[in-house]
Design a protein around this ligand. Sequence first.
Ligand code: AHG
Length: 335
Amino acid sequence: MNPKRNLMTLDEFTIQETRKFPNATGNLSAILRDIGLACKIINKQVLKAGLVDILGKHGNTNVQGEEQMKLDIFADDALISVLKGSADCAGIASEENDDFVAFDDEYSKNSKYVVLFDPLDGSSNIDVNASIGTIFSIYKRVTPLGTVCTEEDFLQPGNKLMAAGYVIYGSSTMMVYATKLGVNGFTLEPSIGEFCLSHPDMKCAEQGKIYSINQGNSCKFHDGMKSFLDYCMEDNKEEGRPYSHRYIGSMVADMHRTLIKGGIFIYPADKKNANGKLRLQYECNPMSFLMEAAGGIGSTGTERILDVTPTELHQRVPIYIGSKNMVEKALEFVK
Ligand code: AHG
């Protein structure tokens, strides 16, 4: 039998992309597929989240005698163990850990890439069964092959990213990733356990109708930010306002909606937090790389996020990201 099918799996897609470049080794594609594998393992555990209390609490053993783990630690371990065995990953840095991890076996010392990730972003949403996600970034290392990777490899600006993206564990599980070639989305087909191309060549509309921000923090916002919120809420039918407000409190979910429907997502600096809340290397750079590849913008309020020179792994920056026209308008208010 020769089954006719329209499905293209993540593996098939990344191999096709590699073939566009005669000199490509396929190692970057292999890392993307490994991240896909780790996220399928995480997804399996996320789907059981509501059962944790039934099967045993964190620190206990469940009925199978396995130790229960907090989901974000489980996700971190899953990514580290898959990437350690990956064909071309020299080391990782995770939002869960203070420091990066260099893989020091001979094979990994000769590997070209490093991976950064937030293993389970929005994990405070687990208890309420709202969408959460994994965010990842892939850089080519700058230290010489044959040595262990160092912090320098992880402190590269976002404009050096080779690929970045996220997996959203939502009403369906999707991987969305960007390279300089564009942004593509893959939905997990549970019956075959594969991510399949479902959203080719994703673009973020230049103008949307939704603004997304934790408005409960308004009392701490600077005047420019408050004025932009007034602008969003203003009754101006000709210009399509007021905009709708949506905020899940899980960056992956808020960004996924912003990418698909257009809009703006903001986590600003405020009077108490000069750099906002979100992390440059684990959240803001990968999302900005993806958003720019989809035609949108990512800014700190004063500069392009991808051009910020990172000085520490867990550095925070304010972020204004999404539809080009809406981010540009917000920047007029806050600059
Ligand atoms: P956490 O992983 O600790 O739940 O943090 C989530 C992040 C990000 O995903 C989200 O956009 C933001 O924090 C929400 O923060 P606020 O609760 O302050 O709005």
